[in-house]
Design a protein around this ligand. Structure first.
Ligand SMILES: Nc1ncnc2c1ncn2[C@@H]1O[C@H](COP(=O)(O)OP(=O)(O)OP(=O)(O)O)[C@@H](O)[C@H]1O
Length: 235
């Protein structure tokens, strides 16, 4: 299967700190690639670096075979990459409807179809359409953040820890949604909830201290207790 996204020996700094030392991975089209690793390993920085929110110091990032290294974030987004940040990035003063409208790059038939599809998955967003987003629950905000990225015709979604801070029942809902989105879009998922990661993911990469240190199929990782304990602290 061909790769949609490829990172080769990517290095990045935040201020004076060298955070990413050697990040290399490939994302096959139509699959979910999960980035795993302990707190502070560099997963969020990797996603931000792909989106151009953090400069690449060395190495390269290609998307659909085209160099996107150090392009401006809006140009990267316009190539069809959607980003759901860890802090969700919704505008709290805007209503649910306004948040979705602002996110839309176009208001054409395909966008409307995608909006209807996602509103069926998340009926709460329809119900609270006119409510300021700041008044939504954590789970509803996460759903809004995912809907904002999904509403545009993106070929790739980068989703950062969608289960963070959510009750188990809400995690189930978010997981079901991502499973349905998987039928339509390629996904890179950062996820600390191993149950969720292993249900959704096809392949995984482990990031440790700013380096990709291990990769394989999700099914293999479930069987490898020693690896999980070493890099993820899961036994
Ligand atoms: N603005 C910043 N200034 C300095 N260091 C930072 C900054 N943001 C992140 N870091 C450091 O970069 C490293 C990687 O952080 P990052 O958020 O990418 O890790 P992560 O794997 O996503 O972890 P988590 O699961 O805790 O979010 C950490 O050591 C963190 O302290």
């Amino acid at each position: 299967m061909s790769s949609l996204l490829k990172l080769s020996q990517v290095e990045a700094h935040i201020g004076q700190f060298h955070i990413l030392h050697d990040i290399s991975f490939e994302v096959p089209k139509g699959e979910v690639t999960v980035l795993l690793g302990r707190n502070g390993a560099g997963k969020t920085t990797t996603l931000r670096t792909i989106m151009g929110l953090n400069p690449v110091y060395r190495g390269s990032i290609t998307y659909n075979g085209e160099q996107i290294t150090n392009l401006k974030p809006h140009l990267i987004a316009n190539k069809g990459i959607g980003y759901v940040p860890e802090d969700q990035g919704v505008f709290e003063d805007l209503t649910v409807g306004e948040n979705l409208r602002v996110a839309m790059k176009r208001e054409d038939e395909s966008t409307t179809e995608r909006l209807e599809w996602i509103l069926e998955l998340f009926p709460d967003l329809k119900k609270f359409w006119k409510k300021p987003s700041g008044q939504l629950s954590g789970g509803q905000k996460q759903m809004l953040a995912i809907a904002r990225a999904y509403v545009n015709e993106n070929d790739l979604l980068l989703i950062d820890e969608p289960s963070k801070g959510l009750a188990p029942i809400v995690v189930e809902k978010v997981m079901e949604t991502i499973l349905q989105m998987k039928e339509k879009t390629t996904i890179v998922l950062v996820e600390q909830n191993f149950m969720m990661a292993s249900k959704i993911g096809d392949q995984f990469y482990i990031i440790d201290d700013g380096q990709t240190v291990h990769n394989g199929l999700m099914g293999e990782l479930r069987e490898d207790k020693a690896l999980m304990k070493k890099y993820l602290g899961v036994s």
